[in-house]
Design a protein around this ligand. Sequence first.
Ligand code: HEC
Ligand code: HEC
Ligand code: HEC
Ligand code: HEC
Length: 255
Amino acid sequence: MSKKSMHVVLMVACFIFSVSGMAAAGVVGSKHDFSLLNPTPSNFSGIYQAAGEDIVETCVFCHTPHSAASAAATGVQGLLWNRTNSIAASFTPYTSGTLSVTSGATGLTLMCMSCHDGITSIAVGALINAPSPATNPSQVTAFGSDKIGSIWNVPTPNPFGFEWGANIGNLDPALGLSGRVANLSDDHPVSFTWILNNKDIRDPADWTGTGATALKLFNNRMECSTCHDVHDNTEAPFLRMSNVNSDMCTTCHIK
Ligand code: HEC
Ligand code: HEC
Ligand code: HEC
Ligand code: HEC
């Protein structure tokens, strides 16, 4: 091969590598990467740490290799979970006249709500096992004193206002300690054991369209993570499969 064609081959290889790099799945660089090193920073990455405490880890905002949360703290056994529960007092579940399941907020769904309730802190100091050197107690976020790090409290200027989509629990710190009832009544039902007593819904064995096998039940339960993959934003927003043409909805719903 001539030097020139070798050069072209290398350039093409680099191009393919960088394109596939852009589409790379994973937490690093996604909106769930709250480390200082996030190459495509979101409103949250790198800011919920005190000056001089550079948190360069990504997984730590949700998992820790040691001293992880107990099942009692999260309602979930295992997963080396590094977060305390949502500080919401309770959750209003979705109900309707036609629903045949009982929606709630337990287990895996509670893990999402430990940030997506709107008020519980994402700050490193609020983690169960904060990475070194994040030991500064001033970062610990107690409701009512320091709201830094809650989804509600997006940095200024806040382009979204209070009606910000990521605040799934709709909680507003300004409401005070009473009335901390996170609102899941306006969200798709979650946290229920899968039953097929509704003829319009497909059995998981028939989730066979493009990408549909990525949809997942957890211990035969439907959770936020049935539709979402926290670790992969290839199909934004963190969806397990494409929802173009509402393909994800119609994987389950015969509509
Ligand atoms: C924003 C929170 C969050 C971050 C950051 C995060 N995870 Fe997770 N992880 C979860 C949740 C929630 C689950 C529960 C299962 C699910 O939703 O898929 C989980 C499950 C897991 C599991 C067990 C199930 C599986 O999919 O294999 C592993 C292993 C894991 N995470 C590793 C990692 C690693 C490694 C990183 C860092 C590169 C990371 N996670 C970053 C939230 C997170
Ligand atoms: C450690 C806190 C934390 C946990 C745990 C967490 N999230 Fe998030 N998530 C965030 C923050 C903060 C954002 C907003 C980032 C931004 O827009 O800059 C976000 C954004 C999202 C988005 C929207 C992304 C977009 O493009 O607008 C989805 C969807 C999402 N999270 C789903 C989940 C689900 C489902 C779970 C549980 C399986 C979960 N998250 C767990 C903190 C968390
Ligand atoms: C039935 C599937 C499904 C379930 C279950 C589900 N989501 Fe979503 N979620 C979606 C889809 C689809 C979107 C994108 C909506 C759009 O762009 O119109 C979305 C969007 C989001 C967003 C981005 C902001 C917004 O409102 O668009 C967040 C954050 C989010 N979901 C978090 C969660 C959390 C937390 C749970 C569990 C309490 C959950 N989701 C359960 C399908 C689901
Ligand atoms: C993983 C399977 C799954 C996916 C994906 C899914 N759903 Fe559902 N959905 C369900 C189940 C199960 C129920 C509960 C049905 C019942 O038992 O009444 C439900 C309930 C609903 C309800 C409430 C029905 C009622 O009677 O109150 C609506 C509306 C709905 N889904 C719309 C959607 C839309 C829109 C999407 C896509 C954004 C979607 N679903 C994605 C499984 C799914």
